[in-house]
Structures are given as C-alpha cells and as structure tokens.
Design a protein around this ligand. Structure first.
Ligand code: NDP
Length: 429
C-alpha cells in the first residue's frame, strides 16, 4: 500500500494543532463521541424517546445490549468486505481529482451508483429469502455501536502507523493529534485501482448502512404497529433522497474539504462509520414507537422544506464543483461565472449561491436536517438533536475553513470576504 503523498505545509500544520482543542480536546472527543452515540441510543430505545433519564429507563437492558458479539462482528466485517469489493470491481467511470500540491492528480473510481444498486439487490434477496431478517439491524443496534466503534479505534491505529510510515519526512506532531486527525491525506490500496480509503469510507459502508438502518427501523414499526406512520414515511423518504443524491453526484465529493484537505484519522473514520449511521437515524429510531399526529399539510410542508434545503445544498455544491473542475465558459444562472483571481493561482467563485454567502451549501444541508426533525412533531427534544448539533458543527467547520483559507490566500481572502460578506446565512450570519 502506498499513500498519495502531499507535502504538509506549515499552514495546515498550524491549523491542525489548534483544531478541536489540541491534545486535551482530542482526548475528550475520543471518549465523548462514542459515549454520546450510545447515550442517544439509550434515549431512543430505553428511555421512551426522552433526553433526561425518566423513571422507566431500563439501564440494565441498555448495558446488556451494548455487549459486542462475534456474530455481529462477523456480519459487520462481511459488510465492509462486500462494500470494498464493490468499490474495487463494480462498473463506473474513473475521474481525476483536483490538482495536488505537486501538480499531479489522483484518479478515483466513481462506481457508487452501481454499488448502491447491487447492494439494494443483495439486501432485497437476503431479506426475501429469509437469510437476513429486516429487523436484525434493529435487534443488534447496541452491539453494532460497540463493534463499529471498536473497529474505528483499531482502524485509526492502522491509519496512524500507515501515515507515519508513508510520510517519514514530515514535521512530527504528537501521537494523540496524529491519531485523532490523521497523518496521510490520501491513503490508497494501491494507487492504480483508484481505491482511495478516505473516499471509500466517506460514503460506502456508512452512508449505505444508514439507509439500511432506517429501513430496518421502519420495518419494526410495521411489525409492531401494523403500518408506517406519515412521519416515518417523510423521514425515510427525505433521507433516501439525500443518500441517492450523493451517489447521483458522487464526483462532487472530490472538491470538498474532507477529500481535498482533511487528513484521514479517527475523527473521520468514526464520523463515517459510527456517527452518521447510528445518530443520523435517530429520528427514525424515535418514530418506531412515537407517532405524532402529522396532518397531510404539515407533512407536505416538511417535504417542501426538505426538498428546498436539498436543492440549495446540491446546486451550490455543484456550482463550486463545476467551477473548480472546469471554470472555462461556465454559465451560472444564465451569465458567465464571476470570480476573484488569487495570487495562489486558485480562483474564488463569487456569483450564483457563492455570491449569497461563503457557505450556502451548509445552510441547505441544515434546512434538510431540520425538515427530518419537524416531521417528528414536538413531543420530545430528542429528534431535534441533529439540527442542534449540526448547527454547531457547521459553524465550527466554517471557522476552520475560514482560518485555513485566510492563511492560504492571504489578502485575497480578505478581498473575497469583503465581496461575499455573510458566512452561512445571507443577511443573518
Ligand atoms: P465546501 O464544499 O464548501 O468546500 C470548502 C472549500 O472549497 C474551501 O476549503 C476552499 O478550498 C473551496 N472554496 C471556498 N470558497 C470557494 C469559492 N468561493 N470558490 C471556489 N472554491 C471555494 O465545504 P465542505 O467540504 O465542508 O462541505 C461540502 C458539503 O458537505 C456541504 O454541503 C456540507 O453541508 C456537507 N457536509 C455534511 C456533513 C454531514 O455530516 N452531514 C459534514 C460536513 C459537510 P480551496 O483550498 O481548494 O480553495
């Protein structure tokens, strides 16, 4: 295995050190995020969908359900192996990523659509034949949290060793920071196949896994209550659209912060494998046994809000992706794209959604998440965990990106910020 090497500039090193509170912050998050994931599961399953433990909270059953088993570990490893085989061999185009610091470009196999279809077929066949009961994911959810969390700790150790071995000349950082934030930016097996570990884990096992989790939760609702509630249908449909959209526009991932700039360490692997499927499914988890009265007009409003957020999210990401992939002759809203030249050489788009705010894509993403929560009614704060946490994540992310871009583009970034004044929400923030 070899890494796609990129020399580490002083700037990114300086930003990385201060990211997430240094060693103390990294250690805290290494413990707090897995505990938080388990706690949300406890609230949804053993505490009647409430945040604060009530009299009926079943702590014993909760603790018991978290004990990992070999069977669950084996199923999860088989799932990873299946997704890895699809990434390596399923049909799909190979495209080039953005230029690295040395001017070369890595190649990426974009076969997410066919992988998703094959997975859906295999899952359907497994369920239809009785080999894989739909409620297995629901039944083993606690075990899955433990197994996948353990896997992410181990895999991050592998990434640390691999990254340090593949980049022996870089300036040393502490082991905790290297473990948490990662060392290699583009670890690959091997480079010719276009099998990029970070891009693979960013989407395949976790994002497709998230869909299977919500399908399993909806199936348990049917089993227990005889039908799928309107709220559950709205949440599942909007989340399905979100995941399908990702695979429909898969190459757009190549111009994101995670793929271009972030290194691959525990933070990303835990986020991709545990946090996304286990906590983004919280609304569906809550809804299994809670059916708020959602009139059709309210359901329609949730769907409209979700689709509006989705449209803003996708179109703004696509505008930047197309601009960065091939800016020549690009038209945005019927006019040639406007941009600022920088001394660094990169151009910064300032028209379309990128003229509204510096991250309209974040706003669209957040609105979509809010729609999932609103569909759950107002009986509990638990389904609102996602938009609350996500607002903080996006504001923190925007600040990190701003700090990195300010260091990279210098005065040109100041010029850009004067031209595009708002950070995320036009007129507000
Ligand atoms: P962006 O896709 O906005 O990428 C930021 C990078 O784009 C910057 O670092 C900069 O890189 C470049 N850039 C910034 N401004 C401009 C401009 N005006 N013109 C051209 N290039 C520019 O950020 P993210 O990767 O954070 O987000 C991508 C999507 O993923 C978002 O929609 C976000 O909501 C979503 N997301 C979802 C998460 C979830 O858990 N659901 C978590 C994180 C993100 P350069 O150095 O190349 O100039």
């Amino acid at each position: 295995m070899t890494a796609g090497r990129q020399t580490e500039g002083g700037t990114s090193l300086r930003c990385a050190r201060s990211d997430f509170g240094g060693v103390a912050g990294n250690l805290t998050l290494l413990a707090a995020l897995p505990i938080g994931t388990a706690y949300l599961y406890f609230c949804a399953r053993f505490n009647d969908g409430r945040f604060i433990p009530g009299p009926g909270a079943d702590l014993g059953a909760f603790a018991e359900s978290l004990a990992p088993s070999w069977e669950t570990a084996a199923v999860y490893l088989a799932w990873l192996a299946f997704q890895a085989l699809l990434q390596a061999f399923a049909p799909g185009p190979t495209v080039e990523g953005t230029p690295l610091e040395d001017g070369t470009r890595l190649r990426y196999r974009m076969n997410g659509r066919s992988s998703l279809l094959i997975t859906a077929g295999a899952f359907g066949a497994g369920v239809g034949s009785g080999l894989f009961p739909l409620r297995w994911i629901y039944d083993q959810f606690g075990e899955l949290i433990s197994v996948v969390t353990l896997f992410s700790y181990l895999f991050a150790l592998f990434l640390l060793i691999y990254g340090r071995a593949s980049e022996p000349d870089r300036k040393p950082r502490g082991v905790i920071i290297d473990y948490f934030l990662g060392v290699a930016r583009h670890p690959r097996i091997p480079p010719v196949t276009g099998f990029d570990l970070k891009v693979f884990f960013e989407a395949r096992p976790g994002l497709i896994g998230w869909l299977l989790v919500v399908v399993s939760f909806a199936a348990v609702q049917i089993e227990r209550h005889g039908s799928v509630s309107t709220s559950m249908a709205v949440v599942c449909a909007l989340q399905l659209v979100y995941v399908l959209d990702y695979f429909w526009h898969e190459p757009a991932i190549l111009t994101t912060l995670d793929v271009q700039h972030e290194k691959f360490g525990w933070m990303l692997i835990f986020g991709d494998l545990v946090w996304v499927p286990m906590t983004y499914s919280l609304q569906a988890h809550y809804l299994i046994d809670h059916s708020p009265r959602l009139p059709i007009w309210a359901a329609a409003l949730c769907v409209l809000l979700g689709l509006a957020g989705m449209t803003l999210f996708r179109l703004s990401n696509l505008q930047k992706h197309r601009f960065r992939s091939d800016p020549n002759g690009l038209q945005i809203w019927g006019k040639p794209a406007e941009f600022l030249e920088t001394r660094h050489g990169n151009r910064l788009l300032v028209s379309g959604f990128w003229g509204w705010s510096r991250h309209s894509n974040y706003l669209g993403d957040w609105l979509l998440g809010l729609a999932w929560s609103l569909a759950c009614g107002f009986g509990s704060l638990l389904p609102y965990f996602y938009p609350i946490y996500f607002a903080f994540l996006l504001m923190h992310r925007e600040r990190r990106d701003h700090q990195r871009c300010a260091a990279k583009y210098g005065e040109d970034w100041d010029r850009y910020c004067r031209r595009v004044r708002w950070r995320i929400v036009p007129g507000l923030y």
